[in-house]
Design a protein around this ligand. Structure first.
Ligand code: SAH
Length: 453
């Protein structure tokens, strides 16, 4: 086999990035946009030592699990990878992804396929969107989505995962930029003003936030744009975020108020949360509630326990647990998120939650060694890279009865579970939660308990 050869493959499995995998005389090929069960004609693009990449040309025989993507840009866009796969098959794919990582990376042989909580209505679930702005070849300002593995913008103001109001906001911003000749930021030269527009919506309150991320502090006739935006029903907060760095990190550190409040509020279960532009907030509130219910069930609180919530964001899980715990401590690295967490504690009338700004791997050892604070239950919800070894070591030394691990990357989860299980814990329960339908991502929640000595 060599580059440009045409091959016919039966797709038997799907890889971690959602590509179809089919074998030719035992030699595996990855074919993007092909799904399990398809028979496809493909063109060899690249040959590696033990595998190859091929481009989908024709579907010779469609899989029974194949569906027509709802979005016209599903194949180009980097956002969704599984729009051609029936929803039930996606859930199975995600359950197997968790299982495979736990077996392969964690060494948990015999781990069965976990139950996975799916969505009843898996569209328009995202409460947050960050649209990049740029200039097309003819010099027009465009916004839309990055194509897969690139920063080329596919112009589109419509996405089936996001809120319907996003389109209204984007059209108003585009029209304003055209009228006043406001430039879009250009990553290569570092010139131009508008980098991204962040839109968030509190699904249970209807409140909307727009944050314009600028390579500067001012925009022409900003008050006029704000006046137009604030006519969108639900508009609550309009701000500017200043990001003058040459970086692909979206947000800068400084927030300037433009109109309304500097935050929106939303509810998960019966807890009200205040959310600032810089704070992390779960993007799928419907599934978040199910995820937190599972975390709460796994924590199995009786009302007297001391609970730590590491990587706590705006205190979402902490406050969810506080009503059943004796005392909750949250740790989070972003100062604005901790401000939100404290405010959230206050507005919900909660008295048994305390929050610390800092790295989990520094705050936890310090509080444990210098102040002797203990833990009955520790909940962790780290970013994709998982927990820092120093955090894990301290967790083990604190000897909590239970650890509830919430993870958005089952590969780093498996790595961390392996360590915890070498140090006296055992995995008792694992459940998946589909927070990101049509993408390859999946959230996992896991209960560990301390082995009897
Ligand atoms: N539990 C929260 C947030 C989870 S996202 C929720 O469910 O909403 C992970 C959080 O970890 C983010 O808020 C991020 O800012 C924070 N974070 C990243 N690295 C950290 C570290 N080393 N120590 C503490 N928090 C960290």
């Amino acid at each position: 086999m060599k580059k440009d050869d045409l091959i016919v493959l039966k797709i038997e499995d799907m890889g971690i990035n959602g590509e179809g995998i089919g074998k030719l005389d035992g030699f595996p090929f990855f074919v993007k946009d092909a799904v399990t069960g398809d028979v496809v004609e493909a063109k060899v693009m690249k040959m590696k030592k033990g595998y190859g990449y091929a481009r989908l040309l024709n579907i010779v025989e469609p899989s029974a699990m194949r569906r027509e993507p709802k979005c016209a840009y599903a194949r180009q866009c980097g956002g969704c990878q599984l729009q051609a796969l029936a929803y039930a098959a996606q859930l199975d794919y995600k359950a197997r992804k968790i299982q495979n990582n736990l077996i392969r990376i964690g060494g948990f042989e015999g781990m069965s396929k976990p139950e996975i909580i799916g969505m009843d209505e898996p569209w328009r679930y995202r409460n947050k969107a960050q649209f990049p702005f740029g200039t097309d070849r003819s010099g027009n300002t465009v916004t839309g989505f990055y194509a897969a593995r690139s920063h080329t913008i596919i112009p589109s103001t419509e996405c089936w995962l996001g809120a319907e109001e996003n389109r209204l906001v984007l059209e108003k911003v585009l029209a304003h930029m055209k009228k006043y000749r406001v430039s879009a930021y250009d990553e290569k030269s570092g010139q131009g003003l508008v980098r991204h527009v962040l839109i968030r919506k509190g699904f249970s309150t209807g409140e909307i936030m727009v944050c314009l991320i600028l390579n500067g502090r001012r925009m022409k006739a900003l008050e006029e744009l704000a006046k137009s935006l604030c006519r969108i029903p639900g508009m609550t907060s309009i701000t500017v975020n200043v990001n003058m760095e040459n970086t692909n990190v979206i947000m800068g550190k400084e927030i300037l108020p433009v109109w309304g409040q500097e935050y929106i509020t939303d509810m998960i279960g019966d807890i009200r949360y205040r959310i600032s532009p810089l704070s992390f907030y779960q993007v799928n509130p419907v599934q978040t509630e199910k995820l937190y219910e599972t975390a709460l069930e796994y924590a199995d609180l009786k009302g007297t326990e001391t609970v730590w919530d590491l990587y706590c964001g705006i205190g979402t899980i902490s406050l969810f647990l506080a009503k059943r715990a004796g005392q909750v401590y949250g740790v989070e690295i972003v100062p604005e998120a901790i401000e939100d967490a404290r405010e959230n504690t206050r507005i919900n009338g909660i008295r048994n939650a305390e929050f610390f700004v800092g790295k989990a791997e520094e705050v936890l050892p310090q509080k444990y060694e210098e102040e002797g604070i203990r833990a009955d239950v520790i909940v962790v919800d780290p970013p994709r890279k998982g927990c820092d070894p120093a955090a894990l070591q301290t967790m083990v030394r604190m000897q909590p009865e239970r650890i509830v691990y919430v993870s958005c990357d089952s590969a780093t989860l498996a790595r961390d579970l392996k360590y915890l299980c070498q140090e006296g814990y055992e995995v008792r329960k694992v459940k998946g939660c589909d927070m990101f339908p049509w993408t390859v991502h999946v959230e996992t929640v896991c209960l560990l308990s301390r082995k009897a000595q």
